[in-house]
Design a protein around this ligand. Sequence first.
Ligand SMILES: *Cc1c(COP(=O)(O)O)cnc(C)c1O
Ligand code: SF4
Length: 340
Amino acid sequence: MPNIKLKSMTDTPAQPSQWKKILSASTISAQDLLIRLELDEHPLLDQNAPSFPLRVPEPFLNKIEKGNPNDPLLLQVLPQAQESLDIEGYASEPLLEQNFSPLPGLIHKYSSRVLLILTQSCAIHCRYCFRRNFPYSEHQQSRQQWQQALDYVATRSEISEVILSGGDPLSLSDSSLEELFDKIDRITSVKRIRIHTRMLPSLPQRITSRLLKVISNLRCKVILVAHCNHPNELANDTERAFLRLKEHGVTLLNQSVMLRHINDDAQILQALSEKLFAQGVLPYYLFTLDKVAGAAHFDLPRSEAKQIYKELCAQLPGFLTPKLAEEQPGDGSKRVLSNH
Ligand SMILES: *Cc1c(COP(=O)(O)O)cnc(C)c1O
Ligand code: SF4
C-alpha cells in the first residue's frame, strides 16, 4: 500500500491534533520496534525493507508484551520474510473487486450497499491485509470523484447504506469527513452510514469531540465496525472511545479475521467476544483469511477454522457469537459458514 497523502483531502491545521502527532510517529524501523519491545532479534523478521512498510502507532505498541516474540499483536505488524514467498492459490487481488467498480473508489457488489474507498492510508499496517496489493493509485478519490460516486448512489434508490472503507476512512481529517457525511446525509434514500475502521485498537484518540459532534447531527444512523482480532487489543483507551461513540448514538460492531498463531483458538475468541461486549460492542463477523499473496502463513485450513468455530459456539450465547464467513468473488453476499 503506497503511503501517499492525498493533498486535496488533508487539512493543514495550525496545531496538529493529538492523533495526527501519534500517526506521524507510527512508521518506525524494525530495529527500533525490537528495541522498544526489549527483543534482541526476531527469527521471523524480514531483513529487507518490505514494500508494505512497518507501521504501528503508539497505543497499539503499548499493548504488545515486552520480551515476547510470539505476542499476538506483534505478529500482526511485524514484517516477516515469509511474505515474499510465492504460494499457489494466493493472488495479489483475491477478491476481483475491480470487476465490481463502476467508478474509481466505488465498489458496488451487494445491491443495497456501496463501499467507498476513500483513502489508501491506514494508521497501522496489518501484515495479513487483503488490500496490501490493492491498486490504490487507480482508486484515489479526488473531491470531484466523491461527487461522481455520490451521484451514482443518489440515482439508485436500492442503495440504503454507504460503507466508508479504505485503507482506513478515519485517516481522513475531521473536516473532510464532515463534508462527506453531510453530502451522504442529503441523499434521502440512504438510511445508514457505516464506518469500517481499525483506529479503535490502534489509535483511539482518533475519536475526537468534533467527529462525534458531526456524527450525532446526522439524519442517517451511523454504525462503526471496529476491526479487533485479539482481546489484548482492547484496553482502557478503547473502552473510553467506544463509550463516547455509544453516547453519540453510534451502533458498535466488530469484525475479526481468523489468523494462525494469533487467534486460532476458541478460548481466545471467546475472551474477545466477552471483552468486546464489556466495552459495548457486539461481534459481527469472523472472517476466514482472504487468499492474498504474502499472507499465506496467517491462513489455516477451512476444516480447522470450522472446528474452532464449533467450540466457540458451544461457549458463547448466540448474541456474542460472530458469524463465521468468507468472501467469494461473484457471490451476492458474504458466505456464512455453518458450525456443523
Ligand atoms: C463486505 C462488503 C460489504 C458489506 O457486507 P455486509 O454483509 O453488509 O457487512 C459491502 N460491499 C462490499 C464490496 C463488501 O466487500
Ligand atoms: S487497517 Fe485494515 S486496511 Fe489498513 S492495513 Fe490494517 S487490515 Fe488493511
